[in-house]
Every structure is written in C-alpha cells, then in structure tokens.
Design a protein around this ligand. Structure first.
Ligand code: NDP
Length: 239
C-alpha cells in the first residue's frame, strides 16, 4: 500500500533534512517547507514537493499543505521542526531576536498544527511531531528566550495531545540535546558562539542529525494506537 503524506518544516538543513532523506527512503511522499528552496530542491527526493514558505506565515503554510494534499492525499504526519536559536542575555540582546524565536519556535509550531489538525480530527487519524529541546526541560546560560519557547512547545503539545487523544491523533515531542547542525550559526554574539563550541568539545562531541532523525522516525512508525508522548535524547556525556 502506498505511504501517506508527511510534512516536514525546516527541511533545508539539520534534523529536517536528514529526516526527509530517511522518510523518503522508506517511501513516504513529502512536503518540505523552509525558506531556502534551493537547499530542499538539491536533496532531489522522489515524490517530494518543496515549498518556499516561512512558517510564521500561516496562510502560506496552509496553502502549501492544501496544494500538496491535492497531489498526495491528506497529511498523515507533520513534523514541526523549523526553529531558531539566538543565544544572548535577555537585557543585552536585540528584542527583535526575542520576537523571532517566539514567532518561529512557538507560533510556527502552532501554524503547522492549525494547518493539519481539523482534517486529522475529522479523519480520526494523524500524527503531530513537535521538535523541542532539552532546553525545553531545563535552563542554560544565555538561553532564556530560547528556553521559554521550547518549554512552551512541551506545554502546548501536552495540552493539545490531551484535547485530541480521543480523536486518535497523536501529539509527540522530540527533545534533543546538543547536536551538530547549523542552529548555532545564527547566534550573533561571537563570544557566546565560541563558548558553546568549546563546551561541545569539552563534553566529547555531540549527536549527529541522524541520531535525532532516527528518534523522529521511530516515534512516527509506531502503530497509530501507540503514542510515544515524548523522547528526550542527548549525548551521553551531556549533563
Ligand atoms: P538548522 O539551523 O540546521 O535547521 C533549522 C531549520 O529551520 C532550517 O531548515 C531553516 O530553514 C528552518 N527555519 C528557520 N526559520 C524558519 C522560518 N521562519 N520558516 C521556515 N523554516 C525556517 O538546525 P537544527 O536542525 O538543529 O534545528 C531543527 C530544530 O531542532 C529546531 O527547532 C531546533 O530548535 C531544534 N533543536 C536543535 C538542537 C541542536 O543542538 N541542533 C538541539 C535541540 C533542539 P531556512 O533557513 O531555509 O528557512
């Protein structure tokens, strides 16, 4: 039987890119969403639509999903993975950076949920996977706003999971610790970036994007009657 449509936001690099490759290899048709269209197209995956969409633009996200459904049928799973981490001290950081994290990490996730949930509830099936972080479970220096957005992902996901459990819709949170991707590169402070890079070395290295993608795919591929509510994974040497 042919596989159902999976939507992955933030598919142009890091976890999203590797998860896209893995699910594509397993035969899922995909809708990939991010701003860097060239990076998604370069993956050259079969049965895949790449949409240049900013997840903070709810209308554009809904349209991209509706268009993909016209080709591949209803979305069975959305992986709300797009995120930004702009580390800094709250009182020193440009407030535009707070807003960006709130907009992408919280509202972007909500926009993804908004785009698929009514149809999933009606069809009595579906899976929403939200990518949080260990920083959604504990705090770290220079992480106040990032942690705030990721704590919110846990809280919103758990609440929504309770609301839709009786509709046979799964809501899953994947909360990774440190992994090697482009995420840190967007932080504007070179001092903070250097400190983080040193810390990664001190703990003896971090996870790969594949380590995290494995957990996403594992959680998704459980039977629909089983909801792995949360996976927290981190490098063994990360405290
Ligand atoms: P990357 O920076 O490699 O990937 C982030 C992805 O999000 C990119 O594809 C980027 O695409 C996309 N993105 C960012 N802003 C937007 C936007 N406004 N609209 C659409 N897409 C957007 O980092 P990771 O793979 O590490 O990050 C993936 C998720 O994992 C994030 O939510 C992050 O917070 C989380 N995470 C990462 C950890 C790590 O150590 N790497 C640890 C814990 C959690 P583009 O720029 O093309 O739009």
């Amino acid at each position: 039987m042919s596989k159902p449509l999976v939507v992955i936001t933030g598919a142009s690099s890091g976890f999203g890119e590797v998860t896209a490759r893995m699910l594509s290899e397993k035969g899922y048709p995909l809708l990939l969403v991010a701003r860097r269209l060239d990076r998604m197209k370069a993956l050259n995956l079969p049965n895949t639509i790449c949409a240049q969409v900013d997840v903070t633009d709810r209308e554009a996200l809904v349209k991209a999903i509706t268009d993909a459904e016209a080709t591949y049928g209803p979305v069975d799973c959305i992986i709300n993975n797009a995120g930004v981490m702009l580390l800094g001290l709250t009182h020193e950081q440009d407030p535009a950076e707070w807003k960006k994290m709130v907009d992408v990490n919280m509202l972007g996730v909500l926009n993804g949920i908004y785009a698929v949930l009514p149809s999933m509830r009606e069809r009595k099936t579906g899976t929403i996977i939200n990518i949080s972080s260990v920083a959604g479970r504990k705090t770290f220096p220079n992480h106040a706003i990032y942690c705030g957005t990721k704590f919110a992902v846990h809280a919103m996901s758990e609440n929504i999971r309770e609301e839709v459990a009786s509709d046979n819709v799964r809501v899953i949170v994947i909360a990774p610790g440190a992994a090697e991707t482009e995420l840190l590169s967007h932080t504007t402070s070179d001092v903070i970036k250097e400190g983080y890079t040193q810390w990664k070395k001190q703990i003896g290295g971090v996870m790969s994007a594949k380590d995290v993608a494995n957990s996403i795919v594992f959680a998704y591929e459980q039977p629909q009657s089983v909801c792995i509510r949360e996976i927290v994974l981190a490098p063994t040497s990360q405290e």
